[in-house]
Write a protein that binds this ligand. Structure first.
Ligand SMILES: Nc1ncnc2c1ncn2[C@@H]1O[C@H](COP(=O)(O)OP(=O)(O)OP(=O)(O)O)[C@@H](O)[C@H]1O
Length: 295
């Protein structure tokens, strides 16, 4: 396994011996956490036909931390993301983003959003799509030009600045969406299955790019996925949810520091497989052997 800076002399690193992830409780220098949900519940519908999507969820994401949310379909992952993004209001509990109510963080544009559908404007070029949030918030023409050029380079699309979305592959469209979500330098990225529609090879490339971008920008990331290896590959911490009503059942620190380059070598590291197994067991319950022993 290799590291960004400084390079790791070892080919393979024992994950458990490396610097632990940012941690689930506090940020460096006492900075407020990127996300703090306390006792958050969300019910939809009327009293008679009520769906409790989330029940008593506590989640803290430190500034700069990468947290993956994983759980069965319908367990409330997207609902939790929508609450953090202030697109829905909790039925009870409190939700803060960088120490502010979610509604204030929305006004202050403290986060960028990238969801499964890239959601690009088809009539705008790559540069025009990335520039949109900057235009909406009054950045000058010069500022926009400079920032868009930086972002296009960051996501490796310099040669496609003038292309329209329909001239790009799905992976390239997702990269545009990620660049757009980063336009205003958010300290938090909310990503709901952003790679769900991509083929496996593109998906792996995108994962590596997102890992690199998250290190370069220092943004905290909350990342919803159905893929256990994707969660372990990307995250400092994997939060496992259970369905009906959705709640958090387990949190697994991957032990893969942010300085570790997310590449093929990591995917093949035995310690990576161990963490994948740990998350799988958390998601599906204890392994057969140990359950049998308990009986
Ligand atoms: N606007 C809504 N009105 C009514 N019910 C809703 C609404 N949004 C979500 N739900 C319900 O809340 C529950 C959680 O949905 P949510 O989309 O958050 O799950 P999820 O974990 O993201 O699922 P998936 O993995 O399939 O995307 C589901 O039972 C869903 O039907």
């Amino acid at each position: 396994m290799s590291t960004a800076v400084p390079p790791d002399p070892e080919d393979t690193v024992d994950l458990d011996k490396r610097t632990p992830a940012t941690g689930s409780t506090s940020s460096a220098f006492g900075a407020p956490p990127a996300v703090e949900a306390v006792g958050v519940s969300k019910a939809f519908g009327s009293r008679k036909r009520q769906v409790v999507a989330l029940s008593e969820v506590d989640l803290r994401v430190a500034a700069g931390e990468f947290v993956a949310l994983i759980g069965p379909s319908g367990c409330g992952k997207s609902t939790l993301m929508r609450l953090v993004a202030d697109l829905e209001k909790p039925t009870s509990g409190t939700l803060e983003v960088f120490g502010k109510p979610a509604s204030q963080a929305r006004v202050d544009q403290d986060y960028g959003i990238a969801f499964q559908q890239a959601g690009l404007l088809p009539w705008r070029s790559v540069a025009g799509n990335i520039s949109l949030p900057l235009e909406l918030h009054g950045a000058s023409r010069n500022e926009r030009k400079q920032r868009v050029a930086e972002l296009i380079e960051l996501v490796g699309l310099t040669d496609f600045a003038k292309s329209r979305p329909d001239q790009l592959s799905g992976g390239m469209q997702q990269r545009v969406a990620i660049a757009r979500s980063l336009a205003e330098r958010p300290r938090l990225l909310l990503m709901d299955e952003p790679f769900g529609a991509l083929d496996e090879m593109t998906r792996e490339r995108m994962q590596a790019e997102l890992a690199r971008i998250s290190v370069e920008t220092g943004a905290a990331v909350v990342f919803v996925t159905h893929s256990i290896p994707e969660a372990v590959f990307l995250a400092d911490r994997v939060v496992v949810m259970t369905a009906r009503p959705g709640r958090i059942t387990e949190e697994i620190v991957t032990g893969i520091g942010r300085e570790v380059v997310r590449d093929q070598q990591l995917r093949e590291d035995p310690a990576f497989f161990t963490k994948v197994t740990e998350v799988r067991e958390a998601l599906h319950g204890a392994p057969v052997a140990s359950s049998a022993e308990e009986r």
